[in-house]
Design a binder for this molecule. Structure first.
Ligand code: GRG
Length: 287
């Protein structure tokens, strides 16, 4: 993961305007959040999915970087006072704490836009045109997925949720971008429709498991360990798996979802070793 993350960081740095480019405030703010030490889970999944389909890392890299830009934008905006109102992210003060709300909003906007600029540079494969790749990212980031999840999350604060309603939020807020990450990797490698379906199922289940684990970590780990404020879900009366099912049942759900994700990888045989390792890491992670 460290090696892959280093490659992603280099590519991101190359693809983004330098911190000296005018207006420097916005480019510094974009880089402040982007290079704050995120785990790079989504781009690493894109690269691993490309490998599973026999593709080249260079073809997947722009798409991997685009996904990380979308992810970082969503974190900056999610931390704003009007949303989750958090002071701490990726082990440092949040964007609006350092640059003020106006620049933080713009840094998020700029990273969202940057993602499409980067994706437009990706090499199309035989089955997947650049338009198709860009549509994939737009659909995932739009009002039916990422934004839908955030809306449901905002509107659901303080309300009782069923597991079904919670799943609706998780599928959009978290799982959609993880599924998009692996799908883009597969598309960069000209994957077959069957491979694309397998990657979609993998991403969907790994994404759900990721969020269940995230909810568990929120109650079991410290702020220092997480690099973001711990215990926030309970404080905001958010519906989470541990709140509805308890810790032990939630852990079981995460294990079951990861098992389902593993099953989707069968068609790839040994080429999916990195995807498998990622699913295992995501289940066992402590931050
Ligand atoms: C469009 C504003 C907006 C929000 C959409 C994605 C999202 C909804 C909000 C971001 C905050 C959040 C709690 C997302 C759920 C997924 C999650 C737990 C993200 C954290 O991902 P990690 O652990 O973070 O991969 P790093 O910092 O390592 O990249």
């Amino acid at each position: 993961m460290k090696q892959q993350a280093t490659g992603v960081n280099r590519a991101l740095s190359r693809l983004l305007p330098s911190a000296r480019t005018r207006p420097t405030t916005i480019h510094k703010a974009m880089r402040y959040s982007l290079f704050a030490g995120g785990k790079r889970i989504r781009p690493i999944l894109t690269l691993a999915a490309a490998e599973a389909c026999g593709g080249r890392p260079a073809d997947a890299m722009p798409l991997a970087c685009a996904v990380e830009c979308i992810h970082t934008y969503s974190l900056i905006h999610d931390d704003l006072p009007a949303m989750d109102n958090d002071d701490f992210r990726r082990g440092r003060p949040t964007s609006h704490k350092v640059y003020g709300e106006g620049i933080a909003i713009l840094a998020g906007d700029a990273l969202l836009t940057q993602a499409f600029e980067i994706a437009a540079q990706a090499r199309p494969s035989k089955r997947y045109s650049t338009t198709f790749l860009i549509h994939e990212i737009a659909e995932t980031s739009g009002s039916l997925k990422l934004i839908a999840g955030q809306v449901a999350d905002l509107e659901g604060e303080g309300k009782d949720h069923t597991v079904g309603e919670l799943r609706y939020i998780h599928e959009r807020k978290t799982s959609a971008l993880l599924a998009c990450s692996v799908r883009l990797g597969g598309m960069s490698a000209n994957c077959t429709p069957r491979q694309l379906q397998a990657l979609t199922d993998f991403g969907h289940n790994v994404g759900l498991a990721f969020q269940v684990i995230d909810d568990i970590l929120d109650v079991t780990q410290s702020t220092a360990q997480l690099g973001k404020t711990a215990g926030k879900d309970q404080a905001a009366a958010k519906a989470t798996y541990p709140a509805i099912l308890g810790l032990e049942k939630s852990r079981k759900v995460a294990r079951q979802l990861t098992q389902k994700a593993f099953s989707s990888l069968k068609p790839f045989k040994s080429r999916a070793l990195k995807l498998e390792a990622m699913a295992d890491y995501l289940l066992k992670r402590v931050n």
